[in-house]
Design a protein around this ligand. Structure first.
Ligand SMILES: C[S@@+](CC[C@H](N)C(=O)[O-])C[C@H]1O[C@@H](n2cnc3c(N)ncnc32)[C@H](O)[C@@H]1O
Length: 244
């Protein structure tokens, strides 16, 4: 019996074999594009975040430090500590202590207390893949904190009814599910959501679909361009559906 290949893994394999020799092309000055309620920066989030006075909430999926094969970002495990020690204070400042939601790898669980503010909590975001094996359930931990907790328990187990297909043309190795990200966006009433590690723009699409403003930052030029086109399409569809 054959099962469809999960495009997540197919895409990841392709990236791993095709990523050698690509020179990162980061803009020295971040470039900014506006699409309806979305403002997208092509640049390094550590250059852009300090220029933002404040955002209502952060919903983001930073690199996990598990050696993922990004096109230009080096996801070496040794870099996780440096990333988190720099990132968390900046997120606390820009959101004025939250709410912040960060997808993480469970392999880093024993280190989280070193980086995240006291009282941070973990949300288990369950997902269901197509049956490339007999059963394909998985989950991602989402670390979150804020002045007010949107959930009454540490763990929220969500049974997604289906794994919505990822676009095989998506150049980012592990894009999140829009359904899952929309659920997380729905946990905060924030009017403006920020994703400093935008990747292919999933949080931007979820923000637009849920009627929020969005600020996205991505440093890889190919990922940025893919996200820009995807968010533009989401904005056109949203406008068409609200006008109908
Ligand atoms: C896990 S991926 C995000 C995937 C995204 N959630 C999606 O659904 O497509 C992390 C992203 O962070 C980007 N990145 C890494 N360091 C960055 C930085 N300093 N500034 C902006 N983007 C960065 C990488 O290029 C990568 O696209």
């Amino acid at each position: 019996m054959t099962h469809p290949i999960n495009p997540f893994f197919a895409n990841r394999r392709r990236r791993q074999s095709g990523s050698a020799g690509l020179a990162p092309a980061f803009p020295t000055t971040p470039k900014c594009v506006t699409i309806g309620p979305a403002t997208l920066y092509h640049g390094d989030c550590f250059d852009v975040l300090p220029t933002l006075t404040s955002v209502d909430a952060v919903v983001t999926d930073p690199p996990y430090g598990i050696g993922f094969a990004y096109r230009s970002f080096d996801d070496a495990p040794a870099r996780y500590h440096g990333l988190m020690t720099r990132l968390v204070p900046e997120l606390l400042r820009v959101t004025r202590n939250g709410p912040c939601f960060l997808w993480q790898s469970p392999t880093r669980l024993s280190q989280w207390h070193r980086y995240f503010p006291k009282g941070y909590r973990v949300l288990a975001a369950c997902k269901k893949f197509p049956p490339h094996r007999r059963r394909s359930y998985a989950w991602d931990p989402i670390v979150y904190w804020g002045v007010e907790h949107p959930l009454s328990a540490d763990w929220l187990l969500t049974d997604f009814s289906g794994w919505e297909g990822y676009d095989p043309a998506n150049p980012v190795p592990a894009p999140k599910s829009v359904t899952q990200v929309r659920q997380v966006c729905g946990l905060t009433g924030a009017a403006t959501l920020c994703d400093p590690f935008m990747g292919s723009g999933t949080t931007g699409v979820a923000a637009i679909q849920s009627g929020r403003r969005f600020i996205g930052i991505e440093q890889d030029p190919v990922y940025f361009e893919y996200a820009r086109r995807r968010i533009e399409r989401a904005w056109f569809s949203h406008q068409a559906s609200t006008a109908a």
